[in-house]
Design a protein around this ligand. Structure first.
Ligand SMILES: Cc1cc2nc3c(=O)[nH]c(=O)nc-3n(C[C@H](O)[C@H](O)[C@H](O)COP(=O)(O)OP(=O)(O)OC[C@H]3O[C@@H](n4cnc5c(N)ncnc54)[C@H](O)[C@@H]3O)c2cc1C
Length: 343
């Protein structure tokens, strides 16, 4: 590899949330960042599109964040867009049939007691379910369980959870947060979700919804990186990279649909691959296997309806037929759009 590599140059492959956050943090630390993004816009899954029928701008994914998403909040602060998130203290569950249960933290109570009054009064659970949940919460509150072969469903059953507690409490929260069935979720990560969002503090459990389209939220990162000497190259798809002892070469880059290879002059000291595994650039050497990785698909669908079909502007749901529908938001006053995230 040639000696003229910029000593602090970093190639970031993927201009989604992860790539942009890494790019901004590295730029602040004095690195010269080049973000390669194959699409004509940044944000990746956290982006928006204009609906051809209504002209409204709708978001694809990442509809909400929680107060415990401290890295994401720090990223928004860095970009100067933290005030574009509206926060709600209350988390609402809606059962099949429409009954509502509200968790409203009591800020005058110390954590983790701040949710106890709501928890005792919510109608979605019977007393025996609540006692079981309290017992399981207490078990995970002592310390974060170590990673083990046990899945979270087995752990819940071992800790005496009722069917209703699993279906109405544990499952809607975890499917929403980790995008997976309970029997495929590790105990450690499930416990982290509940410890961080329910037990840490009232602020940690707040729900934040962006007030501007996601594409606008993340577009601020382009100027941020450029103003610190970096660049964001749109329509640039990296199809392979070669790690070396003293850096990394990108021998196959598609620029606006044309392959620039193999004598493309750019070399970087380091690279970060920030894209989903199915679009991972091929690493040329040494070879590696991704056979132990599997997909866990999630999708959003937007319903544009004339009637009001849900009285809650936002809530956690569950138990729909065939798949878990875990979150519902009314995001648009004009079209009465209801976003349903499904797994
Ligand atoms: C339906 C759904 C709902 C969700 N809801 C929420 C939510 O409510 N709250 C929440 O916090 N999270 C949510 N998420 C998760 C969140 O949207 C993602 O975790 C996050 O956007 C992923 O960001 P990323 O940068 O890791 O990946 P991506 O957003 O996939 O970004 C990867 C980027 O890399 C680019 N790329 C890929 N291959 C190449 C290549 N070879 N060369 C150059 N560029 C390339 C892609 O174009 C893309 O821009 C949801 C996800 C889904 C699918």
């Amino acid at each position: 590899m040639s000696n003229n590599i910029h000593p602090k140059s970093v190639a970031i492959i993927g201009g989604g949330l992860a790539g942009l956050a890494a790019g901004c943090a590295l730029s602040d630390s004095g690195y010269k960042v080049t973000v390669f993004e194959k699409r004509p816009y940044v944000g990746g899954r956290a982006s928006s599109y204009e609906h051809p029928g209504t002209g409204e701008v709708l978001d694809n994914c990442q509809h909400l964040l929680l107060g415990c998403c401290t890295n994401l909040i720090e990223f928004y602060q860095r970009l100067g867009v933290a005030d574009k998130v509206r926060w709600f203290d209350e988390i609402t569950f809606m059962e099949p049939g429409g009954r509502i249960s509200r968790f409203v933290p009591k800020k005058f109570l110390p954590a983790p007691a701040h949710n106890v009054p709501s928890f005792i009064s919510v109608p979605m659970l019977e007393m025996k379910d609540k006692i079981a949940i309290a017992r399981a919460m207490s078990a995970m509150s002592r310390k974060l369980p170590a990673d083990s072969e046990e899945n979270f469903l087995a752990w819940l059953k071992r800790h005496g959870q009722t069917e209703k507690a699993i279906k109405r409490f544990w499952e809607p929260v975890l499917v929403s947060a980790l995008n997976e069935d309970l029997e495929l979720i590790s105990v450690r990560y499930a416990a982290k979700v509940f410890r961080d969002s329910f037990m840490k503090s009232a602020e940690a459990g707040r729900m934040g919804l962006p007030t501007i389209p996601l594409s606008q939220l993340y577009a601020a990162a382009i100027g941020y990186i450029q103003s610190r000497g970096g660049e964001v190259l749109l329509r640039n798809s990296v199809s392979a990279f070669t790690p070396k002892a003293d850096g990394v070469a990108l021998p196959a880059v598609m620029l606006r649909g044309r392959l620039i290879s193999p004598c493309w002059p750019r070399r970087f000291r380091a690279s970060a691959t920030c894209c989903p595994m199915m679009s991972f650039p091929r690493r040329l050497e040494p070879s590696w296997s991704d056979s132990d990785l599997r997909l866990s698909p999630a999708f959003t669908f937007g319903l544009i309806v004339k009637l009001r079909i849900c009285r809650m502007p936002r809530c956690l749901t569950g138990q729909s037929s065939g798949c878990s529908t875990s979150q519902s938001f009314r995001r648009s006053a004009k079209a009465r759009e209801v976003m349903l995230n499904s797994w």
